[in-house]
Design a protein around this ligand. Sequence first.
Ligand code: PEP
Ligand code: CO
Length: 466
Amino acid sequence: MDSTGAELPAPSPAPLAPWAPTSWRDHKAEQQPSWPDPDAHQSVVDRLSSMPPLVFAGEARELTEQLAAVARGDAFLLQAGDCAESFETSADSIRDRLRVILQMAVVLTYYTGVPVVKVGRIAGQFAKPRSSDTETLDGVELPSFRGHIINDIGFSQGDRLPDPERLMTAYNRAAATLNLLRAFTKGGFASLTSVHQWNREFVVDSPAGQRYEAMADEIDRAVQFMEACGITGDTLAELRQVDFYTSHEALLLGYEEALTREDSLTGGWYDCSAHMLWIGERTRQIDGSHVEFLRGVNNPIGCKVGPTATADELLALCDVLDPHRRPGRLTFVTRMGANKVIDLLPPLLSAVSDAGHQLVWTCDPMHGNTFTADDGHKTRHFEDVLAEVSGFFAAHRFAGTNPGGVHLELTGDDVTECLGGGAEVLTEDLSSRYETMCDPRLNGSQSVDLAFRLAELLRATSDLGA
Ligand code: PEP
Ligand code: CO
């Protein structure tokens, strides 16, 4: 607004340099492995360029529309999954991750009445940024593990050598995972008539699992009621399938470039490795390769925002990544830490909204709350996760902006990686089922517990579900 209170038109975007799927190569690319044989890497990238796309441009556009509803405050984004997916993930484990996301979504929808946009960190979340290029164990220094798309987690020279053939394996694993997810979400498993089946045995006994059972009984009765009233056909068919989207950090740019295709319908470029891609906290430099690459693809994109981010940096990112101010195009994923969020977030929210950008703001309460427990395990406490989400909601109330959603690291399995939660995990439990290849994830019952706590926070927020 100007001094008379009139709305100012959005400034026209500054002209940007021409873009091509390869233009990132002229910028500085952080966090790329050094391939022992660059020609071998290029030959895999060339082979990948002729493989079929994993997702369609139209699906990515559909997700952008759903995220536009999130930006308006008419829907809530649940983005969740592994920190780092493994090439060895079993079909059961994929099903169980989907199952816990469906459980969380149904809890949120049931208690808030707001549609939940479901996006997995799945079917491509294979590359990890690292704080250090090397890792030292018992005096031996080796290259860091960078995710299964690059090297292996074992601690030997052979395991840690970047292998470009892994890009092809990653593509095949992503395709197989996506195929299974499409079968589960469209083939009846995700039907609202199956809500009880999503609650796994070990979750049923936890307080959150019991609360879930009671809610599932009510949903069953509501569905039976609708059927008894003669509501059939398309309306009931709607309850039998869900839209589920995939996402990962667009870290390994050779892989992302190879899967980027020109859409025959619109002529726009899409990164067809996933519906949504995000830029990590370590690679969001405005003149870096990752920003350069993602500015040119038309998928909805995310960008992590950590405690060192400034308002000027965010405004510059908005101008480059969303120059046409398309609602749903850009999501800022904030990860400040439970004790910093309330101080650091409101000025950023205000700066971006005062500049006229309508983005999705979502809360990653995981990456700012990691610490090493007394027994040496990297962990997070459920209460810190909850505290950051709650600070995130408070910051949005303060700034008058929409808290759009959450971005979580979780698994459906009964792991003991994060502390606390309804069926409390204690420090002495951590070593019993600590299975992650990277960061600690919420287990099935902690995730369902968090969904109920989130639903309560959402109901208490006047912007949504009131
Ligand atoms: C992640 O999401 O796994 C991650 C590495 O996060 P960040 O970029 O926020 O540190
Ligand atoms: Co992580």
